[in-house]
Design a protein around this ligand. Structure first.
Ligand SMILES: [Zn+2]
Length: 289
C-alpha cells in the first residue's frame, strides 16, 4: 500500500522554525508529470537550436559557393563574348571573299541576332550562356559551309581556266582565217572551220589547254590529226601533222608537245590546221589566241 499523503519537511539551520508541506498523492503525480514535460521541452529546444546553427553554416557555405559560381559564369560569358567577336571578324572576311568570288550572301546569316554586352543577371546567366554557345556553333557551321562553297567555286574556276584553250598551238604565222573562203583545191566557197598556222615541218605542236586526248587518226581533210577533249564542252583539233606523239586517253597539260608540224592530208604547205569546237560547234580560234 502506497501512502495517500507525503510530507516534505524543510529544516533550516539554526533556531528557525521547521516547515512542513503535506502533499496528496495525486499532487505528487502531477508534479512528476510536469517535470517530465519541462525536461522534454528543454531537450527539444536545444536540438532545434543546434539544427539552426548547422543550417546557418550550411547557408553561408552555399552562398559562398553561389558567389564563386556566379563569378565563373561571368568570366565564361566574357570569354564567350571574345569568341563571338572573332567570329564576327571571320564572317566579315568571309563576306568579302564571297564578293570577290561573285557569290551571294550565305542564307540566314544574321550577326545582329547574337551578342550585346555580357549580362551579370545571374537568373539569366546559365541559359543565356548556353544560348550564345549555340549561336556561336551555328555561326561556325555557316562559315564552314561558306568556305566549302568558295573552295568549290575556286576549283571550278581553276579547272575551267585550265580547260579553256589559250594561246597558239605552234610558233608560226597565220596563213588562213576562220570563216568562208575559196577552197585552195576546187576553188569553191567553203567554210574554213579553223585557223591555219604555217611553220616549218617538225616544229612542235603543243596542247593549248589541259585535257585528255580523245582521237589520234588520219582523216582526208586533216591528214594526221590529234583531237583533245578539255571538258566544259571544249575540244581542240590539230591537223596535217608530220607526226603525232600522243595516244588516245592520254592526259595532257597546256604546253605539252603532242605532234610535229607537217603537210599531211589535203594541204598546200607545212602548217597546223587548228580548230576549236565548243559543244561540237567550230568557233573562231582567233578569240582564244
Ligand atoms: Zn585549215
Amino acid at each position: 500500500m502506497t501512502p495517500k499523503r507525503f510530507t516534505i519537511m524543510v529544516i533550516p539551520e539554526g533556531s528557525h522554525r521547521v516547515r512542513r508541506f503535506v502533499l496528496k498523492r495525486s499532487s505528487v503525480k502531477r508534479l512528476v508529470a510536469l517535470s517530465v514535460v519541462l525536461l522534454l521541452a528543454v531537450v527539444g529546444l536545444g536540438a532545434d537550436y543546434l539544427r539552426t546553427q548547422f543550417d546557418r553554416q550550411e547557408l553561408a557555405r552555399l552562398q559562398q559557393e553561389n558567389t564563386l559560381q556566379r563569378d565563373q559564369l561571368q568570366r565564361l560569358a566574357v570569354s564567350l563574348e571574345d569568341v563571338r567577336k572573332e567570329i564576327v571578324i571571320l564572317a566579315q572576311n568571309d563576306a568579302k571573299v564571297r564578293v570577290m568570288a561573285n557569290l551571294a550572301k550565305p542564307k540566314s546569316d544574321s550577326l545582329v541576332g547574337i551578342g550585346g554586352p555580357a549580362e551579370d543577371d545571374a537568373s539569366r546567366g546559365f541559359s543565356e550562356v548556353q544560348r550564345r554557345i549555340d549561336e556561336v556553333r551555328r555561326q561556325i557551321d555557316l562559315r564552314r559551309e561558306s568556305q566549302e562553297e568558295i573552295q568549290g567555286i575556286l576549283n571550278d574556276q581553276r579547272s575551267l581556266l585550265a580547260a579553256k584553250p589559250t594561246g597558239w598551238p605552234t610558233k608560226g604565222w597565220m596563213t588562213s582565217n576562220f570563216g568562208l573562203r575559196r577552197d585552195p583545191f576546187n576553188k569553191q566557197r567553203k567554210m574554213h572551220e579553223g585557223l591555219d598556222i604555217a611553220a616549218r615541218t617538225g616544229t612542235p605542236v603543243t596542247a593549248t589547254a589541259d585535257g585528255i586526248v580523245s582521237s589520234v587518226r588520219t582523216a582526208p581533210g586533216y591528214g594526221k590529226m590529234v583531237v583533245i577533249d578539255h571538258g566544259y564542252g571544249y575540244r581542240t583539233y590539230y591537223g596535217h601533222n608530220s607526226k603525232n606523239f600522243v595516244k588516245v586517253g592520254q592526259r595532257v597539260k597546256r604546253g605539252d608537245r603532242i605532234a610535229a608540224v607537217g603537210n599531211t592530208g589535203r594541204s598546200t604547205g607545212s602548217h597546223v590546221h587548228y580548230e576549236i569546237r565548243l559543244n561540237g560547234v567550230p568557233v573562231n580560234p582567233k578569240k582564244y589566241l
